[in-house]
Design a binder for this molecule. Structure first.
Ligand code: UDP
Length: 380
């Protein structure tokens, strides 16, 4: 039995990821009392950074903050100053390098085209076969990710830069995946390797732990504390609950497990100051077992600063099907899971005094900024 807390709170926040910490911050700002409980031994959820050889290592995968919402940007910068990191991933396909997202550099590397007009012509040519198929079938909308890719950039780019990477990442053939996953990838007829279209982008100076610590400053936090170990007790400590855990677990999996993709990281310290010259290199060939290699120092060290540390830390990312007990990462928004989610969501709407929020409770492929935006707009 758990010891009794001496206090009753306005809110209990279950989970100290970004959503939970944002909620706690806003609850405190509203003059209400709040306790956060977190089952891991550290707060921050998947934003957690670990200092290895003086480098902030993104333990649960690379996080790059990007938004076009000035209020969101100003808010996070009021907690910790962000640097000017701009994500420009490079794709390695059988040793050939291509810039991402798909832009004039990529088109030059792929086809040798020099001008936007030449690139446009080449893309049109690449897309035309597939467009004809759609027209013949009387369809206008792509039915899956493969079709979306063929419509967006055509066969060459699909086969070299999308197919292998996507199938490794999601563990499913592209023609069985929803089109929206790659709709966010920009196609540009300019020489611009910035992966995101957003106006503001960066990494907290000193790492994400500073953002998280800043958000929960003055809030009571209990780590290594699992809500599910004694729900009745935890339900009794506050008037309302902000629940950021997995929605299927909240309802005892009564409609079945929601599926996720999980990621395994192989992290290595290397005796070189600069291993790959970039924070993110995607390996897009299906034969390479990992999806990407992250070199963490490049998120926070620029220009000659990278040589101030003679070592570097890299993480190879291996995508895996989630099994109970593993860390869930990406929700799989296929029909099976969407149907199950709809049933849980319907039930969630009937639970009084519980707010379900974040990637696991909403089962949504969330970036960080939309979470900040959403919680900033909530009234506690
Ligand atoms: N993608 C791809 N090739 C790449 C990078 C991304 O085909 O080199 C596709 C892939 O389907 C992936 C999606 O774009 O699932 C979104 O990738 P992103 O890196 O933006 O997602 P993240 O893993 O960062 O959330």
């Amino acid at each position: 039995m758990l010891g009794k807390l001496s206090k009753h709170y306005d809110y209990l926040v279950v989970g100290a990821g970004l959503y939970g910490c944002m909620a706690a911050n806003r609850i405190k700002a509203a003059g209400k009392t709040c306790l956060i409980i977190e089952k891991r031994d550290k707060i921050g959820g998947n934003l957690l950074c670990d200092d290895i050889e003086g480098i902030n290592v993104h333990v649960f995968g690379a996080h790059i903050f990007h938004t076009s919402n000035k209020d969101v940007w100003d808010f996070v910068n009021s907690i910790v100053e962000f640097n000017r990191y701009t994500n420009c991933p490079v794709a390695n396909y059988h040793g050939e390098l291509f810039n991402l997202p798909f832009n004039m550099n990529t088109f030059y590397q792929m086809w040798g085209v020099i001008t936007p007009e030449e690139a446009q012509k080449k893309i049109e040519e690449q897309r035309s076969d597939f467009k004809k198929i759609l027209e013949a079938e009387g369809r206008t909308e792509p039915a899956n990710l493969e079709e979306q890719a063929m419509l967006l950039v055509g066969r060459d780019i699909y086969e070299k830069l999308i197919k292998g990477y996507t199938e490794k990442q999601w563990g499913r053939p592209c023609n069985q995946l929803p089109a929206f996953i790659i709709r966010r990838l920009p196609v540009r007829l300019i020489f611009d390797n910035n992966y995101f279209n957003d106006k503001y982008q960066g990494i907290p100076i000193g790492g994400y732990n500073r953002l998280i610590d800043g958000l929960v400053e003055g809030v009571e936090v209990m780590t290594s504390t699992d809500y599910f170990s004694d729900r009745e007790y935890w339900n009794s400590v506050a008037d309302r609950i902000v629940f950021t855990g997995a929605i299927d677990q909240f309802f005892d999996y009564k409609f079945g497990y929601l599926q996720y993709r999980s990621v395994r990281f192989e992290t290595e310290i290397l005796d070189t100051p600069n291993y790959q010259g970039n924070a993110v290199v995607n390996y897009t060939a299906s034969e390479v077992p990992f999806t990407r290699v992250i070199e963490h120092k490049h998120f926070e060290a620029f220009g000659n600063e990278i040589y101030e540390n003679p070592k570097t830390v890299i993480s190879r990312e291996y995508s895996a099907e989630w099994q109970p007990g593993m860390d869930p990462y990406y929700p799989i928004n296929d029909k099976r899971n969407s149907d199950i989610l709809a049933r849980y969501s319907e039930l969630a709407a009937t639970v009084p005094n519980v707010i379900f929020g974040g990637r696991l409770a909403e089962y949504r492929y969330y970036d960080m900024a939309p979470i900040v935006e959403k919680v900033l707009g909530m009234k506690f």
